[in-house]
Design a protein around this ligand. Structure first.
Ligand SMILES: Cc1cc2nc3c(=O)[nH]c(=O)nc-3n(C[C@H](O)[C@H](O)[C@H](O)COP(=O)(O)OP(=O)(O)OC[C@H]3O[C@@H](n4cnc5c(N)ncnc54)[C@H](O)[C@@H]3O)c2cc1C
Length: 393
């Protein structure tokens, strides 16, 4: 922000997600006179999804996989409001905050991720751990690990959901729990790990990638239950189909995502699941002063799966279009790539690369993934380097 000019225009970013961290830096690089940028953040540290499995496996410290929004806001001259947004008053152009006065906006952008959705599986709300949203997930994992360290703690771990998140999560958890078992003198072989998927695992990837992970699961003595529909969860089991009972001490659910409940009262267009409908410019289809990106948005012209990689890629076009609209210029359309290179780790320093029909695997794939992830994080964690790149005011 140009601190010399009086404030005449407010851009409010709601949520410190993957797209907004880029917007903060990008807007600070080319400040507009009189334009103030505000970030409303519920959590002051935002996790980077690509490195979360590595944190769970013990390959990274939690701090390595988090962006400190307080430092980022200070470095970029952004006003930071530590609060949870719970509504939008579009008539008076104000963001409503839980327990705090509303704040005015001229343009607002929403990148708040998703809410957990456990309701399709009976009993899951009471008895299962929701993996999404990622913000609160590591705390739940720490609590789980602590319970598993106890001599009479849980041993039979079941994950429901066969996407990349579920597969990586269970493999990473196995690495972690076996290491903790060795530290605490518990028999590591007492743990069992089962993944339940109602279709094939990794359905959006090619058959070679699926086979690579089937092999990894078999080699580690883990059980894969494909084409098994989890219907209900109780305190000690998962019901599969109508007749099978799978014993489980801990159940993690990585399946569905829901839109944050407060979207319903905004009057903004949304898709069938309640995610904010945006056009190619990332503007709401019924309000050009409202932008949305990441998992909470539904790109109506080019729907994509909900993945961190698309939230990251939305950052540059979102920043450009906020900048353009603040200057009164027309916004530019953006089409996200249809396919992306996915690097899926096996819970150790080994990963599988997947894109279309391409598959490669090995320790070198993990090295590449590690390099990409660390480089991305450095952009937002190395505040001194960032300040050196910012224009002087
Ligand atoms: C275990 C796990 C592993 C994953 N691994 C991968 C992977 O390897 N690759 C990949 O592409 N994707 C992965 N994903 C998916 C990825 O995490 C999401 O797609 C990604 O986080 C979406 O980014 P986002 O910016 O939309 O939202 P988020 O990253 O969820 O960020 C939302 C931010 O908004 C804040 N917020 C939320 N509500 C409010 C509110 N009301 N007011 C203010 N602030 C709010 C939150 O605190 C958070 O900081 C993984 C997910 C999980 C759970």
């Amino acid at each position: 922000m140009d601190r010399a000019a009086p404030i005449t225009f407010d851009i409010v970013l709601v949520g410190g997600g993957h797209a907004h961290v880029h917007v903060l830096v990008n807007l600070a690089m080319r400040p507009l006179p009189g334009v103030r940028v505000t970030l409303v953040a519920r959590d002051l540290a935002t996790p980077y999804s690509g490195m979360l499995p590595g944190v769970i496996a013990g390959l990274y410290r939690p701090a390595q996989a988090h962006i400190d929004l307080l430092r980022l806001a200070a470095a970029t001259g952004t006003r930071l409001i530590h609060a949870e947004a719970n509504g939008l008053d579009r008539v008076n152009k104000r963001v409503l905050l839980a327990g705090q006065p509303p704040i005015a906006y001229d343009l607002v952008s929403i990148d708040v991720g998703i809410a957990p959705s456990l309701t399709p599986i009976a009993g899951a709300t009471e008895h299962a751990i929701a993996v999404k949203p990622i913000g609160s997930f590591l705390k739940k994992i720490d609590d789980l690990v602590e319970r598993c360290r106890q001599p009479d703690g849980p041993r039979r771990v079941v994950t429901i959901g066969g996407g990349a998140g579920g597969v990586e999560l269970l493999l990473s958890l196995r690495t972690r729990l076996r290491a903790e078992a060795r530290d605490t003198g518990i028999d590591a072989d007492a743990f069992s790990f089962t993944l339940v998927s109602d279709g094939e695992i990794l359905a959006t990837h090619n058959g070679h990638v699926r086979d690579a992970f089937r092999r990894v699961f078999a080699a580690r003595g883990m059980t894969l239950r494909e084409h098994a529909h989890a219907r209900a969860v109780t305190a000690d089991a998962v019901s599969i189909g109508h007749s099978e009972r799978l014993a489980a001490d801990v159940v993690l659910v990585t399946t569905d995502a829901a839109a944050p409940a407060w979207f319903r009262d905004t009057g903004l267009d949304h898709d069938a699941k309640g995610f904010l409908a945006v056009g190619p410019t990332l503007q709401s289809t019924n309000d050009p002063d409202v932008f949305a990106a990441g998992d909470c948005a539904a790109l109506v012209a080019s729907p994509r799966e909900k993945a961190g990689v698309y939230a990251v890629r939305a950052g540059p076009p979102l920043a450009d279009n906020l900048h353009r609209r603040a200057r009164g210029q027309p916004t530019d359309p953006w089409t996200p790539q249809r396919r992306h290179l996915a690097l899926i780790s096996t819970g150790e320093r080994y990963a599988v690369a997947s894109r279309g029909w391409f598959k490669a695997e090995g320790a070198f794939v993990w090295t590449v993934k590690d390099w990409i992830d660390r480089r991305w994080m450095r952009t937002y964690q190395d505040v001194d380097a960032m300040i050196a790149r910012l224009p002087s005011q």
